[in-house]
Design a protein around this ligand. Structure first.
Ligand code: CTP
Length: 238
């Protein structure tokens, strides 16, 4: 943060632009893992939550890099967009972006598996059954534990769950060494992947720190950005 920015935060407690001078990396969308030149293994993530986070970070005064496997927002003014397709490409982009970031908001739905040997020509139908061997992808958040700048970055993960919501989210927070995790009940109607609304519960190592009832994704994003701003201000004071 710039000196001017940090002085404003300290003086005002909470500045109207809580991320002024901060650099935020947001990931969005579902990665696409190639099967052949025309097909991929994907998921239902639309990128809307990541796009909303990028917009809310801009509103809060941050410099934003959006690393996205989905369509970028139509009007992404002030947001630097880095398009990616696969988990491996997203990992490279995230590692590079963390060289100059204060915050990582990892909203992307990263594929856990990829076809082990994508075909270099379009696969032809044979009429019979077909078997595809999948290999695990890299876990980007887990890999970041080894990033030289890890301790200088506030790392926020997202947990898409359908059962044992709090238990699974808390386990991911610990396993991935996160500062915060945003739990998303993707089984609930009207929220989550592809929907225009979301409802989230946010946890840190001590337990639940914020719940946001069903609201448009931009509203949810604003609440999350406010929390992140508070956490950064708290760190700056510590
Ligand atoms: N994530 C990641 N790299 C992966 C998979 C997930 O960085 N290969 C990140 C997501 O971007 C998200 C968090 O980890 O911020 C949790 O993702 P989620 O899909 O909920 O969990 P997984 O670790 O994939 O575990 P599971 O699918 O078994 O629930």
């Amino acid at each position: 943060m710039t000196e001017a920015g940090s002085a404003l935060v300290t003086a005002a407690g909470s500045h109207p632009l809580p991320l002024r001078g901060r650099r935020v990396v947001v990931t969005a969308g579902g990665t696409r893992e190639p099967i052949d030149p025309v097909r991929f293994l994907g998921n239902r993530s639309s990128g809307k939550m990541g796009n909303a986070l990028a917009a809310a970070c801009r509103e809060a005064g941050a410099e934003v890099e959006l690393i996205t496997a989905a369509s970028p927002p139509a009007a992404a003014s002030g947001v630097a967009v880095t398009p990616v397709e696969t988990a491996a490409e997203m990992q490279v982009a995230v590692w590079a972006a963390l060289e100059r970031a204060d915050i990582l908001l990892m909203a992307a739905a990263v594929a856990d598996y990829r076809p082990r040997e994508p075909a270099d020509r379009k696969l032809k139908k044979t009429g019979g059954e077909m078997t595809m061997v999948l290999a695990p992808t890299v876990d980007i958040l887990e890999s970041i534990r080894a990033h030289p700048r890890r301790q200088s970055v506030l790392v926020v993960g997202f947990a898409a769950e359908t059962d044992d919501l709090l238990g699974n989210a808390a386990e991911k927070l610990r396993r991935k060494g996160l500062d915060l995790i945003v739990l998303n009940d993707v089984g609930a109607p009207g929220v989550g992947m592809g929907a225009d609304d979301n409802a989230v519960t946010v946890l840190d190592q001590g337990g639940v720190v914020l719940t946001v009832d069903r609201s448009p994704k931009l509203e949810v994003a604003r609440r999350l950005v406010a929390l992140v701003g508070e956490r950064l201000a708290r760190r700056a004071r510590a």
